[in-house]
Design a protein around this ligand. Structure first.
Ligand code: GLC
Length: 650
């Protein structure tokens, strides 16, 4: 016998009567029927017997949020249902900024929207701006109140106004959702400290070291330098509290169904304020299991699927981006494999791509890059990557030994080389970076530094050597050319469009002094932005003009839709990376010279992929592949598509 639709069993009598009109009730019922089964299956998988009362609680939360969702956001929901690929399109361009560093306040950001619009930005990720704990707060990742904005940045109403302004310009607001931990000053932690058993159960608090020691045996350390260990003794709570990150960031106990209900409420509350994409911060750490590294546990994916189902029922305009900086084989599950295919996050950071960009730039060798991408599992076609060159975090050398071995390198030695190179210790290096979190046990050294300083502009400007400056500019544009044509949402990190250098004064701010990631979180330089727009001859102006040009070229290339994979091709020259995209409208080939040498590249390799004639969409020039090699200038990027005989030209 067919099962009655979920909505008929769940939306009875009073519940249905609560809707103002039948159309609204039908919409909710249809979505409940569509996503309810996934929601229930995941709740049962994680919470067993507790799933049923939890579902009743979630339904209440969802109905309230649905009834209070503003009309213009409901209209956006309809629009998004008609364009489910909105995050995959080549005209999607992201920009990531700290509100205060970019423009002082949320109102200030509104004043600078024309700048972003002109740059081609359609997706604005404002770094953590919800009310953090006072003092040190891990760049805002220690949230005290999810329903208030940081005092000096503005109010919740300012946030809604900004979101509405963004929407009217075709841009989406992206916010962090910190769901692994809260600040120890958060109301839940305060109540737990005061001895309230309901709230103690929101956290992992142990009376003595027995369990913490047992977990520590297999747990890695995230901040070995300034926050060693994963547990912190709390006097008020009289217990060891699980604190994966800093001592003041208390990990939440997601095995408690109340925690899930709270977060559904928070997500929908913020979605109704106009947030369109949630960056699921540190999502890999949500579930703890003894004897493991407590990352990437299967429950994490059920929890994400449940959260997403709730968001889809109330606010289908909303998308999720997973911040899981984990190995490729683990990462792919965040975009959905097996029964979760396409049902968890819509987008995930492509950390490997970022790491390989820097690795090839240092070694002038793309063989490891090619190997790592070839071994990368394909993603579901309805998902997308967040592709980036730099972000607010450090760079950790997440390169697998399997990949280094496959190209005849030692993993340990290569990672050591990269840390030496980017910290400026390696003889002849162009980079200026800082070592972040040296781990004496593993020898790991992560790296801080802005894109421009790591790519050589800081050192080059100091020596004033024109060729060194020229090469640094080319490197910055090369890295952007790769991400812009990879397939995914390019996430431009504020200031990189102007090649801003390291901010060595970061240590003058006491709350930042111990965390050198602040060296690459500079303040926006508006004078430089104006100067760059006027004078494309300065290095900053060249980077700016070059980047704008690449963004413009990307928008016009349907081949770059993220439903298509970029696949590496073996390259006859180790300095040159080849990335192929087979789009129904034709083949695209990215050709990238990762060296300061002029390369004579065999034309037959390109001809075998593209045919005899091709166009490079970066320089706008036509190629005919004959007997002569193709000349690739230092750090040159080509975006080639084939041209059929008789249809030559752009
Ligand atoms: C994420 C953030 C990082 C932060 C950590 C803890 O990895 O990107 O900046 O320190 O989560 O919230």
């Amino acid at each position: 016998m067919p099962q009655p639709a979920l909505s008929r069993t769940l939306m009875t009598g009073a519940l249905r009567a609560a809707f103002d009109d039948d159309r609204d009730a039908d919409t909710f019922a249809l979505r409940l029927d569509r996503y309810g089964p996934e929601l229930i299956a995941s709740l049962q998988a994680v919470y067993g017997d507790q799933a049923e009362p939890l579902l009743a609680g979630l339904l209440e939360v969802m109905l309230h949020a649905y009834h209070t969702r503003p009309a213009d956001l409901k209209r956006l929901d309809e629009a998004r249902l008609l364009t489910p690929d909105w995050l995959q399109r080549p005209d999607t361009v992201g920009y990531v900024a700290y509100t205060d560093r970019f423009a002082g306040t949320l109102k200030g950001v509104q004043g600078h929207l024309p700048y972003l619009e002109e740059l081609g930005v359609t997706y604005l990720h404002l770094m953590p701006l919800l009310k953090p704990r006072p003092g040190e707060n891990d760049g805002g990742y220690a949230v005290q109140d999810y329903r208030a904005v940081r005092d000096d940045l503005g109010s919740m109403d300012d946030l809604s106004a900004l979101a509405a302004d963004l929407r009217s310009r075709g841009m989406s607001l992206v916010l962090d959702l910190v769901l692994n931990h809260v600040a120890q000053e958060h109301e839940w932690a305060q109540r737990a400290r005061a001895g309230d058993p309901t709230y103690r159960a929101y956290f992992h608090i142990f009376p003595d070291r027995t369990e913490p020691d047992a977990y520590e045996r297999t747990l890695p350390e995230v901040f070995p330098d300034f926050a060693p260990g994963n547990f912190t003794w709390d006097e008020a709570a009289q217990g060891w509290v699980w604190t994966t990150f800093n001592t003041y960031q208390w990990d939440l106990n997601w095995a408690n169904p109340d925690v899930l209900r709270e977060f559904v409420d928070i997500i929908l509350h913020l979605a109704n304020r106009g947030v369109e994409v949630f960056r699921l911060d540190a999502i890999a750490f949500l579930w703890k299991r003894l004897g493991t590294d407590c990352q990437n546990q299967p429950e994490v994916h059920h929890l994400t699927r449940a959260l997403r189902a709730c968001a889809r029922i109330v606010a289908p305009a909303v998308a999720f981006k997973a911040e899981a900086i984990v190995a490729p084989a683990d990462l792919i599950h965040y975009l959905g494999t097996g029964g979760h295919h396409g049902k968890v996050s819509d987008m995930a950071y492509h950390n490997s791509l970022m790491v390989q960009l820097w690795s090839s730039l240092a070694s002038r060798d793309t063989r490891l890059f090619t190997q790592a991408l070839a071994a990368f599992p394909p993603k579901p076609t309805n998902t997308t990557w967040g592709v980036y060159v730099r972000c607010h975090d450090d760079i950790g050398w997440a390169i697998s030994d399997a990949d280094t071995n496959a190209v005849g390198l030692s993993g340990h030695r290569h990672r050591h080389f990269l840390s030496d190179f980017y910290s400026g210790e390696y003889p002849g290096t162009f980079a200026r970076g800082l070592v972040f979190q040296f781990n004496p046990q593993t020898g790991d050294r992560r790296i801080s530094g802005t894109l421009a300083s790591l790519a050589g502009l800081e050192a080059a400007l100091e020596t004033g050597h024109p060729q060194a400056v020229d090469h640094a500019v080319r490197r910055i544009l090369l890295l952007h050319a790769v991400i812009l044509a990879f397939g995914g949402v390019p996430l431009l990190y504020m200031g990189d469009e102007l090649a801003l250098l390291n901010d060595h004064a970061f240590a003058d701010t006491p709350e930042h002094a111990a965390d050198n990631r602040w060296v690459h979180r500079p303040r926006m330089d508006w004078a430089r932005a104006q100067a760059a727009a006027r004078d494309a001859g300065t290095p900053h102006g060249r980077v700016n003009a070059g980047l704008r040009h690449l963004i413009h070229a990307r928008r016009a290339l349907p081949h770059l839709h993220a439903s298509i994979e970029s696949r590496p091709l073996p390259s006859p020259d180790p300095c040159v990376l080849l990335l192929r995209r087979d789009h129904p409208q034709g083949t695209f080939l990215g050709v990238y010279n990762f060296s300061e040498h002029t390369i004579q590249f065999p034309a037959h390799v390109l001809r075998s992929v593209l045919g005899e004639h091709a166009v490079d969409h970066v320089a706008g020039s036509a190629f005919t592949f004959g007997a002569h090699p193709v000349i690739l200038d230092p750090y040159r990027a080509l975006w080639l598509t084939s041209v059929q005989e008789g249809a030559r030209g752009l």
